[in-house]
Design a protein around this ligand. Structure first.
Ligand SMILES: C[S@@+](CC[C@H](N)C(=O)[O-])C[C@H]1O[C@@H](n2cnc3c(N)ncnc32)[C@H](O)[C@@H]1O
Length: 344
């Protein structure tokens, strides 16, 4: 309890609870986040950035399990074993909580620092449509959908692992109903979209948005489904063909916000204006080939050139560049982060 008290008395509010979902539901500490130990490796993208320390609750039968976190570079100065939790004292001190949407991860800093500006610009609309291409583990999707019920999202990536993680994340945040499409696709160099699998998200998803259970069974089942589909399907589409194929009854196929975070497809950049609603925003934040920085990955051909985006959209009369900065990410590499708005 000394360690728990030390965490509570610090200003830190991040706590990872590794117990089962059932144990967590019964009672848990305020502002804590449950990732059952059996899902930890798969869901490590939901952990805080490695520079931010956090507390950990280890399950009764898994004393010492937080060593995995330390070995992989996370900082966990407050480790509390479930056997040492004295719930009577915890309840008496009002350290318990009933919020289950607390997240440990952080979205893209450029998105989070500009989101109020964007939502202000879109405030007259009843619904905000969002397209994330190269969504990775779905952190920006989950964060945005949980932020405001007005957001509806479509998310694409070519890795099965990205699909699994995004799927789990939106279920656990109880925002799966706001995710219209989650599809495994490859954006080709000629601008076509290759559908690999949409087993993740189909018309039935509205009836099947429950949280992932503790076991790996559901994950294994879903991966198997994708592998089966992968072997059969290699269909090519334009974006709009793909969108209507995946969501035949959709009432929209243009977006208020399109996001490319550390994802670059030059053919897609040319498609962006026609996929944006008037007044909608495109955000791209990607590695840039800036001569002031010397770094190896990604290789030069996969980086943006300095001013490439502002020059591309500067030539299009319907587009205006409203932010254009070069900033450093955690490891010191430079990214060019840009917001472009469609004026008419
Ligand atoms: C560096 S990650 C960024 C993920 C996410 N946007 C984020 O910021 O956490 C780039 C993502 O783009 C996806 N990706 C790369 N090339 C792709 C392509 N041609 N088509 C679809 N997805 C692609 C990768 O699978 C990966 O998840």
């Amino acid at each position: 309890m000394k360690i728990l008290r030390a965490w509570i008395e610090s200003s830190n509010t991040l706590c990872l609870d590794l117990r089962t979902k059932l144990d967590f539901k019964q009672r848990h500490l305020k502002s804590s986040t449950n990732i059952p130990l059996s899902q930890l490796v798969l869901r490590q993208s939901e952990l805080p950035p490695k520079r931010l320390p956090f507390a950990v609750i280890e399950p009764i039968n898994e004393k010492g399990c937080s060593s995995w976190l330390v070995e992989h570079g996370w900082q966990v100065p407050w480790v509390v074993w479930e056997g040492n939790l004295q719930w009577k004292e915890i309840e008496a001190n009002q350290w318990t909580g009933n919020d289950d949407q607390h997240v440990l991860f952080q979205p893209s800093p450029f998105l989070s620092s500009n989101i109020e500006l964007l939502e202000q610009g879109l405030k007259e609309r009843d619904q905000w449509t969002f397209l994330d291409v190269g969504c990775g583990s779905g952190r920006d999707v989950g964060w945005l959908l949980a932020r405001n019920k007005k957001w509806r999202a479509s998310a694409f990536d070519y890795l099965a692992g990205a699909m699994v993680r995004t799927d789990i994340l939106v279920r656990n945040l109880h925002v799966a109903q706001q995710l219209d499409i989650l599809a495994q696709v490859k954006l080709m160099n000629n601008g076509q979209w290759q559908l690999i699998s949409n087993a993740w998200w189909n018309e039935q998803h509205n009836q099947d948005t429950k949280e992932l259970q503790d076991s790996q069974d559901e994950i294994t089942r879903r991966l198997a489904m994708v592998e089966l589909e992968n072997s059969n399907k290699k269909e090519l589409y334009t974006f709009k063909e793909l969108y209507h194929h995946l969501l035949p009854k959709t009432e929209y196929d243009t977006f208020d916000l399109i996001l490319n975070i550390r994802f670059l497809s030059r053919p897609f950049l040319l498609e962006v204006p026609e996929l944006l609603n008037v007044g909608g925003y495109f955000i791209i934040s990607h590695f840039v080939d800036d001569e002031r920085y010397d770094y190896k990955q990604p290789k030069k051909s996969l980086r943006l050139q300095v001013n490439e985006i502002s020059e591309l959209y500067g030539k299009m009369s319907q587009m205006e560049v409203i932010q254009d900065v070069i900033e450093e990410i955690e490891d010191g590499r430079p990214v060019n982060s840009i917001i472009v708005r469609r004026k008419f």
